[in-house]
Design a protein around this ligand. Sequence first.
Ligand SMILES: Cc1ncc(COP(=O)(O)O)c(C=O)c1O
Length: 386
Amino acid sequence: MYMKTNFPTEMFQNLQTPFYYYDTELLNRTLQSAMTEANRYGYHLHYAVKANANSRVLESIRAAGLGADCVSGGEIQAAVDAGFSADKIVFAGVGKADWEINLGLDKDIFCFNVESLPELQVIDALAAAKGRTACVALRVNPEVDAHTHAHITTGKKENKFGINLDQLDGVLDSLAGLPHVRLIGLHFHIGSQLLDLEPFRALCGRVRELQANLEKRGVQVENLNFGGGLGIDYAQPDAHPIPDFGTYFKIFHDNFPVQPHQQIHFEPGRSIVGQCGALISKVLYVKEGSEKRFVILDAGFTELIRPALYQASHAIQNLTSDKKEVIYDVVGPICESSDCFAKDIPLPETQRGDLIALRSAGAYGEIMASQYNCRQLPAAYFSDLL
Ligand SMILES: Cc1ncc(COP(=O)(O)O)c(C=O)c1O
């Protein structure tokens, strides 16, 4: 059971809800753990900015020594603004617009993770126009099933991401005619919220095979980027506040022998920021339906869309009641039936004005907030600044 004292509930009473609350100390401890475990093997970490681009979160991550993995021009700019050095920025994404590629070229980022032949051709042309050569890694779809939710599986043949294995030779052949791109590596990302780590072992095997084939073609792979995907414990955030980075990196160490002069990269997102964030909301009404009791919050999918988007579940806590438990559906105020955080869950008996924490909202929470229903974007507060 979560210790309610871990949240400064008294202070929350004075703040307008809903808002995001970040535990700065937990973020820093998570970063320290990730860096310590990665440093054991000399691995390089690029934080996946898509998970949370709050400027203060980015600054902590940059200060801890990670680079940035970006999927848009806006993210490149956010990373630069937060002080990430360009030689630690990588740029992925299946649909990079010309202005975004140009921004990456102008900032002189470390690498473009390229997802198709047409994209490679455009990068070559835009780099040529600037008299530059762009460093690229090919994002290969390794056809490894991550066994995660269909909406966050990315490494299967039917997914839009990456270059399929059977097309890789053709893309490599084309490189000869593209003098303004320089191939510096391969990139993979098989999916997100993986708690069973077996697919990562399978990925290592696939990459070993692929590397052997490339070597036969005379291609040396200088950089290998295994993407992100390590999951977090949404059900019991306090039992596992920091993901097991040790076991995660060891899988790669044990299954992928690194060659001399080869650099290994990862792009963790959720595992870095997920557990340090909570969405704090107030109960507007408790509505007795004929079959259900509804707790209606002032936060909805506009502030945390994961349950509506991926049927994800977040631990929910009433911070201000310790009465006996009652079964509720916890819903938001948005005019959509999908605006439901949980069905039939036990909560201490709840009343109007109670403060509710939706836990593990640090990743894909604030960054996915929208103004649907003309709602305001909420504020974010940090534990060390309250
Ligand atoms: C290319 C790429 N890298 C890294 C990530 C981060 O994944 P996660 O937050 O699961 O670590 C994603 C997320 O979808 C991604 O698409």
